[in-house]
Ligand binder design. Structure first.
Ligand SMILES: [Fe+2]
Length: 379
């Protein structure tokens, strides 16, 4: 019987030993099933050097490893996105160092990879999180949300993989270097001062300059960041590019930026039906972006994104779960009955059926029902 040395971590206090313990001469010290209750007793055993059957020890270590692995599994469906938002905040908190170390490109690529993995695993949840979880720092969250929309749209539009990667990295860094300013103007309700307008107009160039300083050489990534506020009719900034001078990549970032703002900006849900706000993106086609591109984009991400809160023809209130049989008929889970009583658990409705047709989008602050993300999108 081959024996291996017992480590401190092999012994669990208060639990029966899963193997016999021997000293170095092979003398049995403790029998299988013996319970050690004190840390100091473990310390003493480890200090003198004790041994157990190698195969049995390996089995114990494997079980411990599996238990730890399970602990690492996200506690909820949304956890992966919560962790990723934290990673974005950390990236931006340590920005100067990662630019100086030229570590930034790799860090951004790692986040892009995680966005891809989460979108692949649960694309509906990816969109639902954007509209249902609007906590935390705006500037970094908005770039991550935009990158998520870019990833989903690019895949649905069947863009080449390398181009999709450049676009996602561009969205993750489009406002790099001016995040504090982005947070500031988001809260600002008055008219922007001349200095603020100048800074706003300069932020795409500032971001592209910093990316170059960090060693980013991907031309598609840099161009998309530099031009992400340009408009097809020349009314954008900073270069006032127009027509064919404006590459489709920058237009896709612009579309994702606008789309993300509209599915998170609550005033749209109350003042204007959100679906109308999203359809406006199509009507803006030709002014901000090329009309066919806007059409492709909206078809790719939909005007009824998961997470959107709606009232149905029968008076029930519910949340869009996923696309339905056609773009205008999503599958909804009703959570509030017409008389205001909660529907527990929710009831799935196909909005293609007249009784459950979409009547209107509703202000999320008046929804008055708990939306259980795990129960709806967790499996
Ligand atoms: Fe921007």
């Amino acid at each position: 019987m081959s024996q291996s040395r017992v480590r401190h971590s092999d012994i669990e206090l208060g639990k029966p030993l899963p193997w016999d313990v021997y000293d170095e001469k092979g003398t049995l010290l403790l029998r299988i099933g013996y319970v050690i209750n004190s840390e100091s007793q473990v310390d003493k055993l480890v200090a003198i050097g004790v041994f157990a059957d190698s195969t049995a020890l390996r089995a114990t270590r494997l079980l411990q490893y599996e238990a730890e692995e399970q602990e690492d599994t996200p506690a909820s469906a949304a956890q992966g996105w919560t962790d990723l938002r934290k990673q974005m905040e950390q990236l931006y908190a340590g920005l100067d160092a990662s630019i100086a170390d030229r570590a930034l490109a790799n860090q951004v690529a790692e986040i892009a990879q995680r966005v891809d993995a989460l979108c692949t695993a649960r694309p509906d949840l990816a969109l639902a999180i954007i509209s249902l979880r609007q906590e935390g720092r705006y500037s970094t969250r908005h770039m991550l949300d935009t990158a998520t929309v870019v990833r989903l749209a690019a895949r649905a539009m069947k863009l080449p993989q390398a181009r999709e990667q450049s676009l996602v990295c561009a969205a993750l860094t489009m406002n790099l270097g001016t995040t504090d300013f982005q947070d500031e103007i988001k809260k600002f309700t008055g008219t922007l001062s001349k200095a603020q307008v100048d800074q706003l107009h300069e932020h795409p160039s500032e971001a592209a300059k910093k990316l170059k300083a960090a060693g980013v050489t991907d031309a598609a990534w840099l161009r998309a960041v530099q031009d992400h506020h340009e408009h097809l009719d020349g009314s954008g900034y900073p270069r006032e590019l127009a027509g064919s001078d404006l590459h489709a990549d920058a237009q896709i970032i612009r579309l994702a930026d606008i789309y993300t703002a509209r599915i998170t900006f609550r005033e749209y849900s109350s003042a204007v039906a959100l679906t109308i706000a999203l359809r406006d993106i199509l009507q803006e086609g030709g002014k901000t972006v090329e009309a066919p591109l806007a059409g492709q984009f909206i078809r790719a991400v939909g005007i009824f994104p998961p997470g959107l809160q709606l009232r149905l023809a029968n008076g029930e209130k519910g949340v869009v779960v996923r696309a339905g049989s056609s773009p205008n008929h999503p599958i909804v889970i009703s959570l509030v009955a017409a008389d205001g009583a909660p529907l527990t658990p929710g009831v799935y409705r196909d909005t293609q059926i007249a009784e459950y047709a979409v009547k209107e989008t509703i202000d999320p602050t008046t929804f008055n029902a708990y939306i259980d993300i795990d129960a709806i999108w967790g499996v």
